[in-house]
Design a protein around this ligand. Structure first.
Ligand SMILES: Cc1cc2nc3c(=O)[nH]c(=O)nc-3n(C[C@H](O)[C@H](O)[C@H](O)COP(=O)(O)OP(=O)(O)OC[C@H]3O[C@@H](n4cnc5c(N)ncnc54)[C@H](O)[C@@H]3O)c2cc1C
Length: 595
């Protein structure tokens, strides 16, 4: 069985099929099937007062809401989007979510190279727009970063409480291992004794991919000199492991379902959806005393926070909200006629990790079986590797997916990754009749930085995002070395057994360079690089907030989300953002006793 849904054998058809399914899901969402999982809509009026106001009901916001409400504070959480939709709950539907109202669908500023092989002139910047935020739409790869990442945070924040050894307890508290991902044909090597280090009771269920078709594939990486490990992350900084996914019982584990749902009936929790926070309001002593919000795109009201305002609008929208409130670089705010409350480098230090796609065509290992929306769409494993074998810190990661269904390949290639149709169609033709081993090679520690600035002073207008990708030449040179380091994979026993061959997606886009030369790979990297959507750094600890996440130069205002990461972490920001919110909740609950 080669396809699910209507057949597609080119990118245009695959995208048309996606749009058809999106329309069906859009209609389904009118039935409000998931509303029962979440708190009922709060009725707000001008001047209402709460202990804490959380601006943004995303990944971090839902964790904070749970922990502060459980400590008996009166909490209001304001979210621009609506409830988590049914299509976002099912792991198999991720490909249908982008470019719908489930996302803030931003385009970065043109960078001079994205238009070479992508449809848009600039990088697609998607961010979740519903309860759970990006945790409701992300790719569900469960990674916690490595010790080194938290050492860098502790150094930037000048506070050892951010060292990995001091925050590992929050990973345990937030995640629970549920075993092998259910409903897939599993390997004989499946071994429960290999369970990764996680708690038993944490809110977010995490499963591991034991697909049989990874059994031999993973051995290729051993042949390449890597250690095969049970899991990656924390003190386990290098090697290859079967993928961990934030999926349990066939459902996505967003913070909306795992943190917000359990407290939905608490009488001290108030949640207002379809509510945009326009501005944080300060008194004349620079205390944050509340927020101005627009409810349902209409009336603006003022809501008071007795204790604190917490901004959790994510790495793109938190800096926008702070700047609209007078917190940001003085010159930029003056340009926009905004009164400066605190002159801080808000929006600078924007980070993401670039991922370069490499595709191999291999003989099929197993029949994929019927498509199931409760499943992830590919078998998945990942690795952290350094060019210098003795180095304790990896240079690059690979996400390795195996897809037997070429329909799925066309959909991913042409839709979320946004590659031009000729790239996807050319690859598809080389993959026909075979399985697709799709790899993303990820520069874990890029030096390039971008920035988020205001376009206008209207909170509804998108901010400007300059990704800065490859502005540091070293990042391009390193990426070329990482790709070259990965290529000998085709010489491994497994790849020979399955007649694995590298697909040429770029064709004559790079044919002016000698195949295999550094210039050729540089051209390839520019063509096949995408965003990993792992945004962070725009309200970083040590420059915008202190180590308790309090904004410098004002009182009673914190930022709690991925924007406070001084540097983004290896493998994905989701669980690290949850840990930031868990630690922030502990700090807040220790500071304020509930009445
Ligand atoms: C498509 C995609 C795939 C990803 N895949 C992975 C992955 O597989 N593994 C991984 O570890 N990480 C992944 N990430 C990254 C990770 O999910 C995010 O970094 C993390 O969830 C961000 O959490 P946050 O709390 O900072 O922001 P978000 O979760 O984005 O929350 C911000 C919330 O604030 C709301 N908001 C914004 N502005 C306002 C306003 N003015 N008023 C009211 N509400 C507002 C938004 O609607 C949103 O709900 C992915 C991200 C994306 C976008």
């Amino acid at each position: 069985m080669e396809s699910y849904g209507p057949m597609a054998n080119n990118t245009a058809q695959a995208i048309a099929n996606i749009q058809m399914v999106q329309e069906a899901f859009q209609t389904l969402s009118l039935l409000m099937l998931t509303n029962y999982m979440f708190p009922k809509q709060a009725v707000l009026k001008d001047g209402d007062e709460f202990d804490f106001i959380i601006a943004g009901g995303g990944t971090a916001g839902c964790v904070l809401a749970n922990r502060l409400v459980t400590a008996n504070h009166r909490v209001l959480m304001l979210e621009a989007g609506d409830v988590q939709t049914p299509d976002s709950v099912l792991p198999g539907t991720i490909v249908y979510l982008p470019k719908t109202n489930r996302f803030w669908n931003y385009l970065a500023q043109p960078d001079g190279y994205t238009d070479k092989c992508h449809k848009e002139p600039a990088m697609f910047i998607p961010v979740g727009n519903m309860l759970g935020g990006s945790s409701s739409v992300n790719f569900m790869i469960a990674s916690r970063g490595i010790e080194h990442d938290y050492h860098m945070w502790a150094t930037a924040a000048n506070d050892s409480s951010w060292q990995y050894k001091n925050i590992a307890k929050y990973f345990k508290k937030s995640a629970r291992y549920v075993g092998p991902i259910s409903m897939i044909p599993q390997t004989s090597n499946m071994n429960q004794a290999n369970r990764p280090y996680m708690g038993e009771e944490g809110n977010i269920g995490i499963s591991q991919d034991y697909s049989a078709n990874l059994d031999d594939y993973i051995k290729s990486f051993k042949e390449m000199g890597n250690k095969i490990v049970k899991y990656l992350g924390g003190e386990q900084a290098k090697g290859y492991a079967r993928g961990l996914l934030t999926i349990a019982e066939g459902r996505r584990q967003s913070t909306a379902s795992s943190y917000l749902s359990p407290v939905k009936d608490n009488s001290n929790l108030f949640v207002s959806r379809r509510t945009v926070v326009n501005k944080v309001v300060f008194d004349n002593r620079k205390n944050a005393i509340g927020v101005r919000v627009s409810i349902d795109g209409g009336k603006e009201i003022f809501l008071k926070a007795k204790k604190e305002v917490i901004v959790s609008a994510g790495a793109i929208k938190s800096p926008q909200l702070l700047m609209l409130s007078g917190i940001g670089p003085r010159n930029h705010l003056k340009e926009k006629n905004i009164t400066v409350v605190s002159d801080l480098p808000v929006g600078e230090n924007f980070q993401d990790q670039q991922a370069v796609t490499v595709i191999h065509a291999a003989r099929k290992i197993q029949d994929p079986g019927p498509f199931n929306y409760h499943l992830y769409r590919a078998s998945f494993m990942m690795g952290f590797r350094s060019l210098e074998p003795c180095s304790k810190i990896p240079d690059y990661a690979t996400y390795n997916f195996v897809q037997e269904r070429l329909d799925a390949f066309l959909q991913y290639c042409g839709f979320p990754y946004d590659f031009q149709s000729d790239i996807c169609d050319r690859s598809y033709r080389q993959l026909l009749g075979r399985q697709d081993a799709y790899t993303q090679i990820i520069n874990l520690y890029p030096k390039s930085r971008g920035k988020v600035t205001l376009n206008t002073t209207n909170p509804d207008d998108a901010p400007l995002v300059e990704t800065g990708y490859f502005t540091e030449e070293e990042d391009m040179n390193n990426m070329v070395e990482y790709v070259k380091d990965y290529l000998p994979l085709v010489n491994t026993t497994y790849f020979k057994k399955v007649d694995g061959r590298m697909v040429d997606p770029v064709g004559d886009k790079c044919s002016m360079h000698e195949y295999g030369s550094d210039d050729y790979w540089k051209c390839y990297v520019y063509c096949m690089a995408s965003s990993l959507w792992n945004f962070g750094g725009t309200c970083a600890m040590g420059s915008v907030v202190d180590s308790k996440l309090k904004v410098y130069g004002v009182q009673r205002l914190r930022v709690v989300d991925a924007s406070v990461m001084p540097t983004v972490v290896a493998g994905g920001n989701y669980l690290a953002t949850v840990v930031i919110a868990e630690k922030a909740s502990d700090m807040i609950n220790a500071e304020y006793r509930s009445d």
